[in-house]
Design a protein around this ligand. Structure first.
Ligand code: PEP
Ligand code: MN
Length: 343
């Protein structure tokens, strides 16, 4: 049971909490956008909705069957639109986030960002803290990478998203980025999720390579329950028996999760395939399937990239793809910015 209260007094809230405890349930309270939302988990509340509806300060009471309460469509029927420094995910437009896997240097990021912007990208990506399978691989420029990210973002006017891998640096990353990325490997790092919920920045939550849809939505629930409602989900491929591609991009999850949840869902066909030749076709398929955005790895010289070169588009490939995406989007009643036109 979820009880939505509109700016309740301490007394009004106290009465609701006391009544929940009387039922033997433990309330969880969070505030967002001027509303106080009290969640009470357990069957005991199911026939008590009306009693709660009558209490002062209560706007509405919703019964949610799904275990992910605040993330579910049952709780919120309309699509949520998440704004990241003016870029809106979940509306008619399909923003494209582009950039290198890793921030390697100021020159590399600036060249990438200028080309991305000229081709219609809405946001810049780039990893400063890289979660690598091998401890001997390039780990990212860390603080220096964050500073480069912020500088290039400001110079080009592109909002930036970068991954945070460690709860201890959430505040630092939030000072440098417009949006925090929780990577696939950390989707169930609950300490990190709780910390990111408090960072005051929108969060891009990638699906874990071995996570089911319900586990993914429960991870999103950690952010929402922690008071951060600006959550964008990202399908980036899962591990299956198929080894011909780096991951199996589960595109059916895009419309499925949009049915189960009100949160925007974007797709990352770069990690989803691991092969630059497959990125364009799968990016177009994702837009056709209803994705609310794309994340694409691009690099000015992919053959020399310090990470994920084989799945990175060149700047020219990206430019061409943006034109194709605009046409696919138009066919399904959406828009993709292209050349700064259209948006
Ligand atoms: C990334 O976006 O660079 C990344 C490491 O992604 P994922 O967490 O999806 O592997
Ligand atoms: Mn990468």
């Amino acid at each position: 049971m979820i009880i939505v209260m509109n700016a309740p007094t301490a007394e009004e809230l106290g009465r609701v909490l006391a009544k929940i405890r009387q039922l033997g349930l433990e309330p969880h309270t969070m505030t967002a956008g001027g509303k106080t939302i009290v969640t009470a988990i357990g069957a005991a509340g199911h026939d008590r909705c009306e009693q709660f509806e009558r209490l002062a300060g209560v706007e509405r009471v919703v019964l949610v069957q799904a275990p992910y309460k605040l993330a579910s469509r049952e709780f919120r029927a309309e699509n949520s639109v998440v704004a990241v420094s003016g870029v809106r995910f979940g509306g008619e437009n399909v923003p494209v986030i582009a950039g290198p896997c890793a921030v390697e240097s100021y020159e590399q990021l600036r060249e990438t960002a200028l080309a991305a912007k000229a081709s219609g990208a809405a946001m810049l990506r780039g990893g400063a803290y890289k979660p690598r399978t091998s401890p001997y691989s390039f780990q990212g420029l860390e603080q220096e990478g964050l500073a480069i990210m912020r500088t290039v973002g400001r110079e080009t006017g592109l909002p930036v998203v970068t991954e945070v891998t460690d709860p201890r640096v959430v505040g630092l990353v939030a000072e440098h980025a417009d949006m925090l990325q929780i990577g696939a490997r950390n989707m169930q790092n609950f300490v990190l999720l709780k910390e990111a919920a408090l960072a005051g920045r929108p969060v891009l939550l990638k699906r874990g390579p071995a996570a089911g849809v319900e586990e993914w939505l429960m991870a999103a629930e950690y952010l929402l329950a922690g008071g951060n409602t600006a959550v964008v989900l990202c399908e980036r491929g899962i591990r299956t028996f198929e080894t011909a591609t780096r991951n199996t991009l589960d595109l059916a999850a895009v419309p499925l999760v949009k049915h189960l949840s009100h949160l925007p869902v974007i797709a990352d066909p770069s990690h989803g395939t691991g092969n630059w030749r497959l990125v364009g076709p799968m990016a177009k398929a994702a837009v056709a399937a209803g994705a609310d955005g794309l994340m694409l790895e691009i690099h000015p010289w992919p053959e020399e990239a310090m990470s994920d070169g084989p799945q990175s588009l060149t700047l020219a490939n990206f430019r061409q793809l943006m034109g194709e995406l605009a046409r696919v989007a138009a066919a399904v009643g959406r828009t993709v910015q292209y050349d700064g036109k259209g948006g």
